[in-house]
Design a protein. Structure first.
Lengths: 392, 322
């Protein structure tokens, strides 16, 4: 027994020592490799990815990492990116930020130590805001696949692939009133979630501006599973539809409980609804629901199918919108490199507003001066238990 | 404060650490990753040392230390974003405001402490931390709610390492002096035997509140430094996970051992970064190392080592006495 303990203690010391050495050794090796590869006519363009691959938001970061890897493999297999006389192959260095602000700064500095040429990240808004000032100081091109808060692209060097929360809320309001002809709408939103409140605020403002009416605005909290109070309030109004800007778990409970209460109102949702069909026990509860979405894996489209198949083969999973956003981010880097004719961040940043990217989340994505992506908002309807893009 | 040999050695160690780190920074010898770790390490050292006061010396389990940190961070950050004072006075006032605000909350939580002990107190502090988080979440116009409070001036980044380091040393010195003072003896006597302490005429309730307030004050100060390093605050970063992380540092450092808490804080803050080379297995390795460190802490090897050291020290003290 005593020996066991002694052994355990020594192994601790050994693990610590080895891990420290491993950490140091890696840095040096990577730097050496980077400089060796140079001058062979074929160079590496290192994308520094930052996102959560552990913790509560791990699924987002993992999707982004995997989506980017698919795009990188595609581009590298097709011969890389030709800029002038040199061909660049993409490589990805992905650092975990646990979706936390302080870890994001450390993750950013880690990928910079490895010699990143551009930053793909962060995946979550708060972490993204924590590093924007540093990327600006370093003058490096930063494209966030999914950081939807306003502050993520506050500086000139930062761009975004996804829609901002207000943009999406506004688009849904326009669609609801102009296309669907709804007038009186109730809202259920998560007051403790910035994504949800961002959508809710923009949606309500736009509905009012368009002459519609918000008949009820009910809040809930993260991890709530009981929505009868909110639904009862809404039932007492003359609402024609309920807008639920939230994630699919919440949407699952809300639609189910609404059906149990005998409510047959039209449900409207946000891109967080993607995946709702996998969690509902009865697909009829979400039948006819319409939600805004940049990407839907099950729609009938040749390009989407190719991406979904490649992703499925590599990771045995269906890509979500985070994977699609990351896929487009890599193609954005490619387009910017070609347009700029250089891999210097300053040139690429200037080229960003001139490029058009055809990707998974939009056929013609362009970027305006503020750094936001300009693309169509797509709407998905649940029809006969399957997702379908809604015709304009 | 009595200046003895031990104090002098501690000061030499502090100056030495400062010289090495500052030399590495200005020499550009540290990688950026390591540079970005410097301030978080200082913050967690302050957090661990202040919690050590409650958990290690008062002997009460507190699971809401991140709550005090968030109160300090938010109040200090709000001041920093609205003030137009030059940097140094602004930071000093922010530190005072952050610390005082946290101390007020320490007083509030100190009152139920009078009635509760052990597990019950732990649950109360746990609830307290969550309440703070919820309040900050719903005070959207002031705190930015779930979106977070951003655009905080970056006054305490590694560029101001000297300032943060001095602050950390001051906090550590203050706490260790409190512990060695008459009040500190009273606090530890409450931990060792509550009834005997009361019988000896020690105002137990007053000391308990005092300890909580002091610990909260320093946690608030650490929070301000945290805010000035990151530039954005979000309520989710101050949930019970953070409190427990700090508690782990104190436990790992050996309850009631300030030096141990410092070392543990440094190791546990740096470890996840050092392990980045392990990629996907990083968090797994981190947990394994954590378990292994805890085992080591209780192993006969370490105990024998500590015993030998204590014997030597006792021998020296005896000699000095003669």
């Amino acid at each position: 027994m005593k020996n066991m303990k002694r052994f355990a203690a020594f192994s601790v010391a050994a693990v610590l020592a080895v891990s420290m050495m491993a950490g140091c050794g890696d840095d040096k090796k990577d730097k050496a490799e980077g400089s060796e590869a140079a001058g062979a006519g074929e160079e590496t363009f290192l994308i520094g990815g930052i996102g959560p691959v552990t913790g509560a938001a791990a699924s987002y970061g993992t999707s982004v990492k995997q989506g980017a890897e698919i795009a990188i493999k595609e581009i590298n297999d097709a011969g890389g990116v030709k800029v002038g006389d040199t061909t660049y192959k993409f490589a990805l260095e992905f650092a975990d930020d646990e979706a936390s602000e302080d870890k994001a700064v450390q993750a950013y500095n880690t990928v910079m130590d490895k010699g990143a040429n551009a930053i793909m990240g962060c995946v979550t808004s708060g972490a993204c805001i924590a590093i924007v000032d540093q990327t600006y100081q370093d003058g490096i091109l930063q494209v966030t696949p999914s950081g939807s808060a306003e502050g993520c692209i506050a500086n000139d060097n930062a761009f975004r692939i996804c829609f901002s929360d207000p943009e999406q809320g506004k688009a849904m309001a326009d669609y609801a009133i102009d296309t669907m002809g709804l007038k009186k709408i109730a809202v259920i939103y998560n007051a403790a979630d910035e994504y949800s409140t961002g959508l809710q605020k923009a949606f309500e403002e736009e509905v009012k501006a368009k002459g519609g009416e918000i008949v009820a605005s009910e809040a809930f909290n993260t991890n709530d599973v009981e929505f009868n109070t909110q639904l009862t309030t809404i039932k007492g109004t003359d609402a024609e539809a309920i807008y639920v800007p939230a994630y699919y778990q919440d949407a699952t409970y809300i639609t189910k409980q609404a059906k149990d209460m005998g409510m047959t109102l039209q449900f409207l949702g946000s891109d967080g609804w993607d995946g709702v069909l996998d969690t509902v026990s009865d697909a009829s509860t979400v039948e006819g629901c319409v939600f805004s979405s940049p990407f839907c894996a099950t729609v009938d489209d040749a390009d989407v199918k190719k991406f979904v198949d490649a992703y499925n083969e590599a990771y045995k999973a269906t890509p979500d919108q985070f994977a699609a956003d990351a896929y487009d981010t890599v193609y954005t880097f490619k387009a910017a490199m070609e347009e700029a004719g250089s891999i210097e961040s300053a040139d690429m940043i200037e080229a960003m507003t001139k490029i058009t990217v055809s990707g998974m989340t939009g056929d013609e994505i362009t970027f305006d001066a503020s750094g936001a992506a300009v693309k169509e908002v797509k709407f998905v309807e649940v029809k006969d238990g399957a997702y379908q893009y809604k015709a304009e | 404060m009595k200046i003895n040999k031990k104090t002098i050695i501690n000061v030499i160690i502090a100056v030495g650490v400062y010289a090495v780190v500052q030399g590495l920074i200005s020499g550009g010898m540290l990688s950026r990753q390591m540079t970005s770790l410097i301030i978080p390490i200082c913050v967690y050292v302050m957090m661990a040392v202040s919690l050590c006061l409650v958990v290690g010396f008062l002997g009460e389990l507190s699971l809401g230390h991140a709550g005090f940190m968030s109160v300090g961070a938010y109040s200090g950050a709000l001041f920093l974003t609205h003030t137009e004072l030059p940097q140094l006075p602004a930071v000093l006032i922010a530190l005072l405001i952050g610390g005082s605000a946290a101390a007020v909350f320490g007083l509030i939580i100190g009152v139920p402490v009078l009635r509760l002990k052990g597990d019950y107190l732990a649950i109360v502090t746990l609830g307290f931390g969550e309440i703070i988080k919820s309040i900050i979440n719903f005070m959207t116009p002031i705190t930015g709610g779930a979106k977070g409070l951003s655009k905080i001036p970056l006054y305490t980044t590694y560029r101001n390492f000297t300032f943060v380091f001095i602050l950390t040393v001051v906090v550590v010195l203050l706490v260790s002096n409190i512990v060695r003072s008459r009040h500190g003896r009273a606090i530890t006597s409450i931990r060792d035997n509550y009834i005997a302490a009361e019988a000896a005429g020690i105002p137990v309730s007053r000391y308990k509140i005092m300890t909580f307030v002091i610990a909260a004050f320093f946690a608030g100060v650490a929070g301000v430094v945290y805010a000035g390093n990151i530039g954005i605050l979000k309520p989710v970063n101050f949930d019970y996970n953070t409190s427990i992380e700090i508690l782990v540092m104190v436990v790992l450092g050996g309850m009631g051992n300030i030096k141990g808490s410092i070392v543990a804080a440094v190791i546990l803050t740096a470890l996840p970064e050092v392990l980045r080379g392990a990629a996907d297995y990083r968090m797994l390795l981190y947990s394994i190392v954590l378990i292994a460190l805890m085992l080591f802490n209780n192993s006969p090897i370490k105990r024998a080592f500590m015993d030998r050291r204590n014997m030597r020290q006792a021998g020296r003290l005896q000699k000095e006495g003669e």
